[in-house]
Design a protein. Structure first.
Length: 363
């Protein structure tokens, strides 16, 4: 079974969009770092990023991960469970290295563990998977929202940046990463593990709908129902909660990202022929998403913690947006070079070698 270029295309879009929301946490992981600004351009960009970016790209990525697990399951047949398990173990291992050494906001370990959960239930009936997805997504998020609202705490804590110590030495960065990544791992079972697991189950259901049942969501449903539902949901949540309960708004925005992501994925899959006949640059981005994801973190951490640590003090939303454009150009240039040379990204090469090693041990 060959790669599905439309899936790579969607993965490429999601990957390129991640720095738009991740950069502020590469500058200051614990609370984000953004200089206050009264400029209309900054306020407009904050508003647009909140509505159209926060949660959207990660949600697309997670749903596609579920689709990819099903495609691998179809590709490897009777050996699929062991092979996919080995892939997820390698991904989790790389995620731990990434989280401990580079940036504690790593998502790879979460994907690996959630993927193992998906692998355990992938043969269940679709009706059962729907119930599991609803419970995994809604119960943790709504429970946390109720706890936040009942606490009555409306303050938004901002970590003050010590002007005398705004950068890291290598050893200090490692110590910071170990402490915060361990905290992230400890928090996985509370919400993010189940949320990502639920999104991957949506991916499994989309696979069954498109590849097995050959049923497509109509363009009308995607464009005029799901996408407006997502956008207006984010708008209403922002108006009611962004000022006093920012965390509540972020959680609601996660939920609002789901219909938007489903719509975009279904629209591309419904009209996937153009992507299957000619491999675009964005498809190559998707094929090398692991290398580019690690590159994003490495460049972001080097810039904010070593090369230009004062950026975290002065950067406004406009500055982050301009840096995001720079990141996008850099990644497209790297992928163009990969495509020109007909080579894979270094992380993909390492991943393949590690997986082959585990597969040889299995057989």
């Amino acid at each position: 079974m060959q790669r599905v270029d439309s899936i790579d295309f969607l993965r490429g879009i999601a990957l390129l969009g991640l720095p738009l929301t991740n950069l502020i946490y590469m500058a200051n992981f614990t609370s984000g770092a953004m200089a206050p600004s009264s400029a209309w351009s900054d306020n407009l960009l904050i508003y647009l990023v909140d509505i159209f970016a926060h949660g959207k790209f990660r949600t697309i990525f997670s749903i596609l991960f579920g689709v990819s697990i099903c495609l691998l399951y179809e590709k490897y047949g009777t050996k699929s469970t062991k092979i996919i398990k080995n892939r997820l173990l390698v991904l989790g291992f790389l995620g731990c290295i990434h989280g401990f050494v580079v940036w504690p906001g790593d998502i790879l370990l979460n994907y690996a563990v959630s993927g193992l959960l998906v692998l355990a239930v992938i043969k269940l009936k679709s009706s059962t998977l729907i119930k599991l997805a609803v419970c995994a997504i809604f119960i943790p998020i709504l429970t946390l929202i109720l706890l936040i609202l009942q606490s009555g705490d409306t303050s938004i804590e901002q970590e003050l940046i010590n002007l005398d110590k705004i950068g890291f030495t290598v050893l200090e960065l490692l110590q910071f990463n170990v402490k915060n990544f361990l905290a992230m791992v400890a928090l996985l079972p509370t919400i993010t593990l189940w949320y990502i697991f639920g999104l991957m189950l949506i991916g499994v259901l989309i696979y069954r709908l498109y590849w097995m049942s050959k049923v497509h969501l109509s363009r009308f449903v995607c464009i005029f129902i799901l996408i407006p539902l997502s956008i207006f949901g984010s708008l209403i949540a922002r108006l009611n909660f962004a000022e006093q309960h920012r965390l509540v708004y972020d959680l609601l925005n996660w939920l609002c990202a789901i219909p938007f992501s489903i719509a975009l994925i279904c629209l591309v899959l419904k009209h996937k022929q153009p992507f299957d006949t000619s491999v675009s640059l964005l498809s190559y981005v998707g094929r090398n998403s692991l290398s580019l994801y690690l590159l994003q973190s490495l460049v972001g951490v080097v810039l904010f913690q070593f090369a230009f640590p004062t950026w975290k003090i002065y950067f406004t939303q406009t500055d982050y947006f301009l840096l995001f454009i720079g990141f996008t150009i850099l990644q497209l240039a790297v992928v163009w070079w990969f495509k020109f040379k007909s080579i894979r990204g270094p992380a993909e090469v390492v991943f393949a070698h590690c997986q082959n090693y585990l597969n040889r041990r299995e057989y």
